[in-house]
Design a protein around this ligand. Structure first.
Ligand code: MN
Length: 237
């Protein structure tokens, strides 16, 4: 057997801690649902009419993942770095064109996530009809807690909340998702062959806002767990 010679080290596949397991969960892709709570869609100035709209998605590079508890630099290129607290579905089985009735079979478990956002750049991109990458695909900008195994379980309710420096900024309930977890899995699987290790960040409730260097974020989702992020100074110019 020959060994392939690489010019530089191959990027590592990110892996996630799993509650109660010594094995870690390797990550494949990161999908994010836009505007999936009505009150957040309204605060963004883009209300959602589920009767005439479909969910939409963006992605982040797996290399943007950072584990809960990390201290990350305030990112370059923004003056309005926002938190978005989200329930994350961890896919554990493959599926393509899955029905809503079968969607639960793809669920390995759940995690708490932060979809960190350069809001200033995202809104410029949105309003100019440009891609959202600079607003969303941010180094250290996809924060994830440990994975909680709940195979086949569909979460339908539970408080989702976030504090900055101990002050409550977001508080809602997963029951207020516009598109439910089975609806999201079924819809996303019409575009992608979903694979184990795919993560679906299901959208944020209202109350998004900025953080500054020195701030600490902590969030929780009832029945899932908690997530923490510390925002440090920007890298020196
Ligand atoms: Mn989001």
């Amino acid at each position: 057997m020959t060994t392939t010679s690489l010019l530089w080290p191959a990027p590592a596949v990110p892996t996630l801690a799993v509650r109660g397991q010594t094995s870690r969960a390797p990550v494949n892709r990161l999908f994010f649902v836009g505007r999936n709570y009505h009150a957040h869609a309204i605060e963004m100035g883009r209300p959602v009419d589920k009767a005439s709209e479909a969910p939409f998605y963006f992605t982040k590079s797996p290399s943007t993942l950072v584990a809960s508890g990390a201290r990350v630099p305030y990112p370059p290129g923004t003056a309005d770095y926002h938190y978005e607290m989200e329930l994350v579905v961890v896919v554990g089985a493959p599926g393509f064109r899955v029905t809503q009735a079968d969607a639960h079979r793809l669920v390995y478990g759940y995690a708490c996530g932060l979809d960190m956002t350069r809001r200033d750049l995202q809104l410029v991109a949105r309003d100019k009809g440009r891609p959202w990458d600079l607003g969303k695909d941010i180094e250290h900008g996809a924060v994830i807690s440990e994975v909680v195994p709940m195979p086949g379980v569909v979460i339908e309710r539970g408080e989702i909340a976030l504090q900055v420096n101990g002050q409550v900024r977001q508080r809602s309930d997963v029951a207020r998702l516009i598109w439910s977890i089975p609806e999201l899995i079924a819809d996303l699987s019409t575009y992608y062959h979903l694979q184990p290790g795919d993560l679906i960040y299901t959208g944020t409730p209202e109350g998004v806002g900025p953080v500054r260097p020195g701030d600490s974020i902590d969030g929780h989702i009832e029945g899932v767990g908690e997530i923490v992020l510390h925002v440090a100074e920007a890298d020196p110019a």
